[in-house]
Every structure is written in C-alpha cells, then in structure tokens.
Design a protein around this ligand. Structure first.
Ligand SMILES: Nc1ncnc2c1ncn2[C@@H]1O[C@H](COP(=O)(O)OP(=O)(O)OP(=O)(O)O)[C@@H](O)[C@H]1O
Length: 252
C-alpha cells in the first residue's frame, strides 16, 4: 500500500527555556492512500497537534512531514497552502461558517479562493454533495437556521468540494448526539469507500471502531496501535468492545 503522508520523528514544542514542553515527542507515523484511521488518547496527549503537523497546518520543531513525496519544510507558504487546498479537506467539531452567507455560499467559499476553478462547476459539485448528504433543501438557509448535524454535513461538503485525497476530522462528531454522530460516520465511511483517506481525532470508541487503524497517544507519543478489518456495517458493538478493551489494557 502506498504511503500518502509520512511523519518522521516529529517534534512539536511550546514554551521557552524551563517552560519548554514537547507536545509531540519524536512521533513517527504514516497514512496510506485511501486509509481510514483514528487517533485516540487522553485530553492533551497531542492528537490535534499531530493532525496539525501532518496536514502542514502548523510548523514543527524537528523531524519531517512528507506528503506525496514532498517534504513540507521545503515548501514556501504559497506552495504549502496549495498542497493543503488541493489535497486536503478539514472538518472540525463546530464548522466555522460565516453568518452573513447562506449554507451553499459557505460551502463554496474556500474553493472559490482558487480562482482557477469555475464557479458554475463548483456550484454544481457543491449541490451534488449537499444532495448526497441530505441537505439539498437547505442551501439558502444560514448557519443559525440548521441543526448541528445539518451544519456538520455542510462542513463535510465544504471539505469535499475540492476533491481532496484526505479528509482530516478533529472531533467531527463531538458536538452531535449519538444518532447524528453515527449518520456522520456513515458519510465518512462512504467517502472512504470511494478512495479518499480519512483521519479522525476522537474520544469516542464508537467513532474509532468504524475505522481500520487506531493510533493511541499519550504524552506526545503513539503508545499503541490496533488494526481492524474494513467496517461492513455489521457488528459495530463487537468492534467497540475491542477498542474499549484495548484502551483499558493500555490505560487510557
Ligand atoms: N498554542 C499552544 N500553546 C501552548 N500549548 C499548546 C498550544 N496548543 C496546544 N498546546 C498544548 O499541547 C498539548 C497537546 O494539545 P493537543 O490539542 O494536541 O491535545 P489533544 O490530545 O488534541 O487534546 P484534546 O483531546 O483535549 O483536544 C496540550 O497540553 C496543550 O495544552
């Protein structure tokens, strides 16, 4: 399997002098093309920092991150932002959307910054995505007129509109009730089934149990990993039990 992203001895630190602390302490990790992975671990263990490092969102202090053979530290700001815009999509716990724009325009906003793309084509793509995730009726509403689950669906459309090769999700179901969370996970599974890699940071064993590889972090390091067969919609409870047993074993 081809590696899409490789992190090699990543060190990320905050603070100066005696206060200096490594939040990523020499982490080596990879994500394969089309893979579905989760990162779990206690609060403050470095999960989001790892995601920000692997996506080139944040610089690192040592080690390197290579995306499709390109060492991110060798790229200028413009090239780095091109890599992020063309290859990556981002979904957060609370989608940040502008209040004065409707849902459709919010979905289109980041993509339209890339003026090489045609607005009509992008709009068509955005509408197709909205239909697919079941929010096609909502394009004229603003973010205060939709539910949390609908807003997150819009966030996923926004992340997908540029056809990324990987979606990074930082607690994408964290603000949702459990039924909406599972529906959002159905969408991630579908996207992944079409070949897009997905990396989710989550506290929720039910979310992680949908993926095929889980990395467990503690104190800025990956302390354990488990793999699961691709989820086929069956026996989620058994998978969740395996994940929680592993968490108990390693004490997180
Ligand atoms: N900008 C920053 N300045 C200083 N410390 C930071 C900064 N960003 C993160 N940290 C610290 O780095 C550590 C790791 O944070 P990170 O957000 O990666 O953890 P996490 O595992 O994602 O936590 P959570 O599950 O609570 O989101 C934490 O101790 C956090 O306080």
């Amino acid at each position: 399997m081809k590696k899409m992203i490789v992190g090699d001895h990543i060190v990320k630190s905050f603070g100066e002098g005696d206060e200096k602390r490594n939040v990523l302490d020499g982490v080596s990790v990879h994500i394969n093309e089309g893979e579905f992975v989760a990162v779990m671990g206690p609060s403050g263990s470095g999960k989001s920092s790892l995601m920000f490092a692997l996506s080139g969102t944040d610089g690192i202090n040592d080690g390197k991150v290579v995306v499709d053979g390109q060492d991110l530290s060798m790229l200028g700001e413009k090239e780095l932002s091109d890599v992020r815009r063309t290859k990556m999509g981002f979904v957060f716990q609370q989608p940040t959307m502008l209040k004065n724009l409707n849902i459709l325009d919010n979905i289109l906003l980041p993509a339209l910054r890339d003026n090489r793309k045609n607005t009509a084509d992008l709009t068509k793509k955005a509408r197709a995505l909205m239909k697919r995730v079941g929010i096609e009726e909502l394009e004229k509403r603003d973010m205060t007129q939709v539910s949390g689950g609908q807003l997150q669906r819009a966030g996923i459309c926004r992340a997908l509109v540029n056809n990324p090769r990987i979606i990074f999700g930082d607690e994408p179901t964290g603000a949702l009730n459990s039924a909406s969370a599972q529906e959002i996970m159905d969408i991630f599974s579908e996207i992944n089934g079409e070949g897009t890699a997905v990396m989710l940071v989550t506290h929720d064993a039910k979310v992680a149990a949908r993926t095929e590889r889980i990395m467990f972090m503690r104190d800025g390091a990956i302390v354990s990993e488990m793999t699961l067969p691709k989820y086929n919609g069956m026996r989620l409870d058994d998978r969740v039990e395996k994940v929680t047993a592993k968490m108990r074993d390693i004490g997180i």
